[in-house]
Design a protein around this ligand. Structure first.
Ligand SMILES: [Zn+2]
Length: 256
């Protein structure tokens, strides 16, 4: 019997990326979230994506994305005044509900605990932006890659985001809308936003609970071994089940 189940804490943490990985490949989840192995095949650094997230947070924290002079000031103050960054911010502004919003929050870490029926888990998610308007809790996830799904409801990570956001919306008597904003110019349409009702959110909670139960039952943590999945996996070179093995790119000592 594998010792892997002992790696699970009594209250299993569930994040959007952990659940995304678990649904994609159990060995990926095992290596990344239970063993915490550094990636043997890290994804290329997404410096521009991180910069745009940071700039959007600063722009909204101190003013409005619809105020061009303010946007210019924030970008200039952080050395981010390139045409590319300006265009990504502009693409956000066209979709931003800030003008009619009563309240907003940015870069919020939310958590929601599930106790019964067992097993227990603690879901957490960091949400890029939340606006309250028209009876909605309008949550946004900024994206600078390419969409994989045509509906937010189909994204495993979004199931965890909706679970934590749903409780926040219900406490305020608001309906939840979760939207993924694709900021790259080459992406024409965002995936269809998701407005889960109470029944949908109850199903999401059961789905996450069942996934955590499956983690407790898991013994082998076998990889899916599919070229499509393995080819972009951050452990493809060290995974015993990889369908796309290669050379690891661990950090190595370099000396003159
Ligand atoms: Zn905005």
């Amino acid at each position: 019997m594998s010792r892997a189940p002992r790696l699970l804490p009594d209250i299993v943490p569930v994040t959007p990326s952990a659940y995304e990985d678990f649904t994609r490949c159990r060995r990926l989840h095992y290596c990344g979230h239970l063993l915490g192995i550094p990636p043997s095949d890290p994804a290329p650094a997404n410096d521009q994506g991180l910069l745009v997230h940071d700039m959007l947070w600063r722009i909204h924290a101190t003013g409005s994305c619809h105020d061009d002079a303010h946007v210019d000031d924030v970008l200039a103050a952080h050395g981010a005044s390139s045409d590319a960054v300006r265009e990504l911010v502009g693409r956000h502004a066209r979709r931003c509900p800030a003008r009619g919003a009563e309240r907003s929050a940015h870069e919020q870490e939310l958590a929601r605990f599930h106790r019964l029926p067992p097993p227990m888990f603690m879901a957490t998610a960091r949400i890029d932006a939340i606006w309250v308007h028209d009876g909605l809790l309008d949550a946004r996830d900024y994206k600078t890659g390419s969409p994989w799904h045509t509906r937010v409801a189909d994204v495993p990570a979004a199931r965890v985001q909706a679970f934590v956001l749903g409780a926040a919306a219900a406490r305020r008597g608001l309906r939840l809308r979760l939207r993924y904003e694709y900021l790259q110019p080459e992406v024409d349409d965002d995936p269809e936003p998701w407005e889960p009702d109470d029944d949908d959110l109850a199903l999401v909670e059961e789905e996450l609970r069942a996934a955590v139960e499956a983690m407790w039952r898991e013994r082998d943590w076998r990889g899916v071994g599919e070229p499509d999945v393995c080819g972009r996996c951050r452990y493809r070179s060290i995974c015993r089940d990889s369908a796309a093995p290669g050379e690891p790119s661990w950090p190595v000592l370099s000396m003159a």
